[in-house]
Design a protein around this ligand. Structure first.
Ligand code: ATP
Ligand code: AH0
Length: 397
């Protein structure tokens, strides 16, 4: 008999374990840092139980952000830089994982797998690139082999490609985690993540997965952050101090909301490739608001985030007693959340901690969960969404 390759044997052993320790990694479009969630899983699919054992966000140093920004969401990027960053981000993320495990006093041998999102550097659904003969496409870098070899831990990465191969746009993958962890028959729930881009999952209480909707909505923090960087030399509008010192310009807000993306049917995805300061400048030109002061601009962009989210919910989601559970860094933006509450007075808005999900850790938990599914799950059919198991395996040896 031909002996089983050691890697496959190890994979088989991990998949068979009744409970698994997995690390989920998320490095989002805000480029603020690496989210590392150490989770314990038992079961899979709708029987998944998870516990968040440890969580940390390790902020990225300014020079690293600058390096990534040189290629991030840019149509013309230096190919050598992309290539170098692909390897560098893999090894850098591995170093950050080892540092976190050291801090938590946890041995690498006690971790069964790492599930790594990588760093999105370009997201190009067909609606954006508009090349008839090219499919939806997206690119995450920070290669999984580097993480596996440097940490000695089985690594699963590059989750989005399978989603695209099976007919999706590669996002939002939150769908799968939100259904498995956030669904409750009898309760109309919206799980709203306000990261760089805002997305939501609508989980109607009737419990019929055919009616679940998961989609990007538009900008979350990305425009607010970009304006803060450009005009205030700050990474973001901490506690909405700038937004509260300005006023909303109704004409600019109307021009921003007139963007064609908002008229496209959900599910749909987007990114800073579309929602960037060029798009804002165009709306300012159209509305004759090019001269507004910087505080008013940040205030209007914050209102834009809240109004586009509320508008989407009003148009696409119906039901009584809707509970909205927020997560992502934008859940800590009081201006945005305050506007949302004003615009959606009927909804009950709270952050996802009331579901037992740390709002800052939610996306990193999602990838850990997708890793668990890749190891021992089965494809789940949720409406028209691809029913696939995602992720590529990298072995340490
Ligand atoms: N106290 C705060 N006040 C206002 N905004 C905040 C605060 N804390 C965090 N944020 C916002 O949250 C952002 C980080 O959000 P998050 O970490 O969810 O983004 P991400 O994971 O990169 O996004 P994405 O989900 O799009 O990939 C910051 O850049 C900032 O805009
Ligand atoms: C291509 C990409 O990286 N998309 C991210 C981004 O950040 C938020 C939104 O846009 C979402 O669609 C997605 O991430 C989350 C984790 C998702 O796939 O659900």
């Amino acid at each position: 008999m031909i002996p089983l390759n050691q890697n496959l044997q190890r994979l088989f052993n991990i998949a068979q374990k009744p409970s698994k320790m997995g690390i989920g990694l998320m490095s989002g479009t805000s480029l603020d840092g690496l989210d590392i969630a150490l989770c314990k899983f038992t079961g899979n699919g709708l029987s998944t139980h998870f516990e968040l054992v440890q969580f940390i966000t390790i902020p990225y140093p300014a020079d690293f952000k600058l390096e990534v920004q040189q290629v991030f969401a840019r149509r013309n990027a230096d190919l050598e830089k992309v290539t170098l960053l692909n390897a560098y981000i893999g090894t850098y993320h591995a170093e950050l994982i080892l540092a976190a495990l050291g801090q938590w006093k946890i041995n690498t041998q006690d971790v069964d797998f790492i599930a790594s999102h990588g760093q999105t550097i370009y997201h190009a659904p067909q609606r954006l690139h508009q090349h008839k003969n090219s499919p939806n496409a997206t690119l995450q870098i920070g290669d999984g082999d580097h993480i596996a070899v440097k940490t000695g831990i089985l690594t699963i990465s590059d989750f989005r490609q399978k989603h695209i191969a099976a007919g999706g746009e590669g996002a939002p993958l939150a769908l799968y985690g939100d259904v498995l962890l956030g669904n409750k028959t009898g309760e109309n729930r919206v799980l709203l993540n306000i990261g760089g881009i805002a997305n939501l999952t609508w989980l109607p209480g009737e419990g019929n997965f055919d009616h679940v909707l998961c989609t990007d909505i538009g900008p979350g923090n990305t425009l607010i952050d970009a304006a803060c960087r450009k005009y205030f030399n700050k990474p973001y509008d901490e506690d909405s101090v700038i937004a509260y010192s300005g006023n909303v310009h109704a004409d600019l807000l109307t021009a921003l909301l007139a963007h064609l993306f908002f008229k496209e049917k959900a599910p749909k995805t987007t990114g800073p490739e579309l929602f960037n300061l060029d798009m804002v400048a165009e709306a300012q030109q159209q509305s004759g608001t090019g001269q507004i002061n910087n505080e008013d601009l940040v205030c209007t962009l914050s209102a834009f985030t809240a109004t586009s989210i509320a508008g989407f919910i009003k148009e696409n989601i119906s039901g009584n007693h809707i509970k909205i559970f927020t997560s992502g860094g934008g859940a800590r933006n009081p201006f945005v959340i305050g506007e949302l509450k004003k615009l959606l007075p009927e909804a009950d808005i709270d952050d996802s901690s009331s579901l037992g999900i740390n709002p800052d850790a939610k996306e990193a938990i999602l990838f850990a969960l997708l890793g668990n599914e890749a190891l021992c799950g089965e494809p789940i059919r949720i409406g028209i969404n691809p029913a696939v198991l995602m992720g590529k395996f990298s072995f340490p040896v």
